[in-house]
Write a protein that binds this ligand. Structure first.
Ligand code: SF4
Ligand code: SF4
Length: 398
């Protein structure tokens, strides 16, 4: 595995205020629709940053990091929308950059599975139309050093991301069963190939630890720019099995910590209820009083946006989590046996081998670390996180 030392400590740089203007970072928001006019909306979105020519330079090779969680059609809002991606690719090329597209779906990823995810999501077609290369990162990992990491000091990542001159992220605004929302910081997780993602869950079982790990990775990789598509977002039990929600919002920022705070505001989440935002505040990287400087259309909260259901683990001190795990924490369960196509994806991704196919998935609750990776990869929403009876009786499901 090849290694790349990060030039400086991004976390230390942030803490010192180096490399960024003092005060809150700019977050751009425009109201938009897919279809005709999206190119113009993107243009307006990027305008506050000086346009694409201020973000990339001619000849730069830009890794466009998408969200390719699993094979799902665009209307499900599981993956980056191909129309939005197409607009970004055209804009990058017009600015003289040389983009390529990459990501790693969840689970074990053979070439056929990855190709299918690109095809069904519509991303293969848009890349073909725009004559942009798709780079498979599964079999070519390298080491990204994170010397200032709180939890991790290095990560296995797709080498293509390290070799690129810049990383531009294009993701979807979704709820997330562990972090509550997935925005710019969580999007970076897909630079880690396949099953390695699931194994990181084992060392970071508490939500706060997992959020710190995501921040360690994001700050080490330092994507240059991020666009989050909330034109059709996902609400409910995201990021794999939630419900598409017409929100009509596009967001962009250089600083994903600020960007994620804006996403929380738009979807009516308390900012510090989103674990990655709480970690940013805890580490002194985000000012909770004024986390961003808004540009573009006003960011109005969508009060009836459905969050993920919370479980009682979030309300208890962390010292009690392991003790009370089976009593209070939502467990993955096969909620729709008829929908199960016995594809084995859930068992294959489980980092603790807590799922046995018999012939349908059977769970070992003591081995399960509640990472919910199985619910994310299930292609038929046959699995969901189900609160234990005690919690349901107490009426604490939200
Ligand atoms: S059973 Fe599901 S939630 Fe539990 S550890 Fe395995 S993948 Fe994670
Ligand atoms: S529960 Fe979902 S992921 Fe697991 S075998 Fe069935 S269809 Fe596949």
């Amino acid at each position: 595995m090849r290694e790349r030392e990060t030039v400086a400590s991004p976390a230390a740089a942030r803490a010192a205020g180096a490399g960024r203007p003092p005060g809150p970072s700019l977050v751009s928001h425009v109201l938009a629709r897919h279809g005709a006019g999206l190119d113009k909306s993107l243009e307006r979105l990027v305008e506050p940053f000086g346009g694409w020519s201020a973000l990339v330079t001619p000849g730069e090779r830009v890794a466009v990091k998408i969200n390719l969680l699993r094979a799902a059609p665009p209307e499900k809002a599981v993956t980056t929308h191909p129309e939005t991606l197409g607009c970004v690719l055209r804009a990058l090329k017009a600015a003289g950059a040389e983009p390529f597209v990459a990501d790693s779906p969840g689970g074990p990823n053979g070439p056929a599975k990855v190709a299918r995810a690109y095809k069904i999501s519509g991303i293969a077609d848009v890349c073909a139309t725009e004559d942009v290369q798709i780079v498979d990162i599964e079999d070519d990992p390298a080491v990204l050093r994170a010397p200032e990491g709180r939890l991790y000091r290095s990560f296995p990542v797709g080498k293509a991301f390290l070799d690129a001159d810049a990383v531009v992220q294009v993701g979807v605004l979704k709820t997330h069963q562990l972090m509550r929302l997935t925005g710019g910081v969580k999007l970076t997780y897909g630079v880690i190939p396949g099953l390695a993602k699931a194994h990181l869950h084992v060392k970071a079982q508490r939500r706060a630890d997992f959020a710190d790990m995501l921040l360690d990775l994001h700050l080490a990789l330092q994507p240059r720019f991020t666009i989050i598509d909330g034109i059709v977002a996902m609400e409910g039990q995201g990021p794999g099995s939630g419900t598409p929600r017409d929100l009509g919002s596009l967001f962009a920022a250089r600083d994903c910590l600020a960007l994620d705070a804006a996403l929380a505001d738009r979807t009516a989440h308390e900012r510090d209820s989103v674990h990655t935002i709480a970690a940013s505040i805890r580490r002194g990287l985000l000012d909770p009083a004024q986390p961003y400087l808004p540009a573009g259309d006003p960011i109005e909260p969508e009060h009836d946006f459905k969050p993920v259901r919370r479980d009682m683990q979030e309300l208890l001190p962390s010292s009690l989590h392991r003790l009370a795990r089976n009593l209070i924490t939502a467990r993955p369960r096969l909620v729709d046996p008829d929908a199960c196509i016995r594809c084995n994806e859930c068992a294959a991704i489980c980092p603790t081998r807590a799922i046995a196919m018999d012939p349908l998935p059977d769970y070992d609750d003591d081995a399960c670390v509640r990472c919910y990776a199985c619910t994310e990869v299930c292609p038929t929403a046959a699995i969901d996180a189900v609160s234990p009876l005690l919690v349901r009786l107490l009426g604490r499901r939200r």
